[in-house]
Design a protein around this ligand. Structure first.
Ligand code: AMP
Length: 227
């Protein structure tokens, strides 16, 4: 199963993506995570990406596109993948489509998670990251996943914030890019919607309402994926 997962920053697609990964046994490839991992390891890629990320701007396509296309060639991607955070603009959408076409790979599903901008912004600002495991969900504004005091609700570890999550200007910038229908992420979503319309519903396009609680969103998502 090959899936693209779209949604504004803060809509919860990272959390839902992890559940799909477990359920289908496919890698969950998150562009933002790859960049942050490179930043924490002090690689050249990380040094180059950091300034863009701190400002909420996109890392240039000349870096991001080859990075993801190479990642998709790794062995763990043979049975499918879930791409989260890529494509993030029209060029990336077109280049991905072109590369998949050249490899004879069919995209199965495009999920578009929908969540009001202000709600997403609050969720971003409430997000806390566990130093022991990035996958432990903690958010000071969401009752179901509220931290245990100042510590991770799963393991009790120390919690941190992402600098780009506490900077309202950077959050607005990320959302501006997301909702841009000319060249931004929504232009990429529309590219795949048009493609699906032209190719008899392939890839399948699915909407996902991001407003309910985590469990309800997961239930809707898995039901739509036939689980
Ligand atoms: P995220 O973890 O998805 O919120 O991404 C964090 C940051 O990484 C974004 O604000 C961008 O600076 C960068 N980034 C993530 N995905 C992409 C992408 N597909 N293209 C360019 N930059 C990206």
């Amino acid at each position: 199963m090959k899936i693209l997962f779209f949604g504004p920053n803060g809509s919860g697609k990272g959390t839902q993506g992890k559940i799909v990964k477990e359920k289908f046994g496919i890698p969950h490839i998150e562009t933002g995570v790859i960049f942050r991992d490179n930043i924490s390891r002090g690689t050249d890629l990380g040094k180059e990406a950091k300034g863009y990320i701190d400002r909420g701007e996109l890392v240039p396509d000349s870096i991001t596109i080859p990075m993801i296309l190479e990642r998709l060639k790794e062995d763990d991607c043979n049975n499918g993948w879930l791409l989260d955070g890529f494509p993030r603009n029209l060029t990336q959408a077109q280049e991905l489509d072109k590369a998949l076409g050249q490899e004879g790979i069919n995209l199965d599903i495009v999920i578009e998670m929908i969540l009001d901008r202000q709600i997403a912004k609050n969720r971003i600002m409430g997000r806390r990251l566990c130093v022991n495991d990035n996958n432990h969900p903690n958010n000071i504004f969401i009752d179901a996943i509220k931290p245990d005091g100042d510590n991770c609700r799963v393991c009790g570890g120390e919690l941190k914030t992402r600098t780009d999550d506490q900077d309202e200007e950077a959050i607005d910038q990320r959302h501006n890019i997301y909702y841009d229908t000319e060249t931004g992420t929504m232009a990429g979503v529309n590219y795949y919607k048009d493609l699906s319309a032209k190719k008899n519903g392939v890839p399948k396009i699915m909407d996902l309402d991001g407003r309910p609680g985590l469990k309800e969103v997961t239930e809707e998502l898995l039901a739509k994926l036939g689980q």
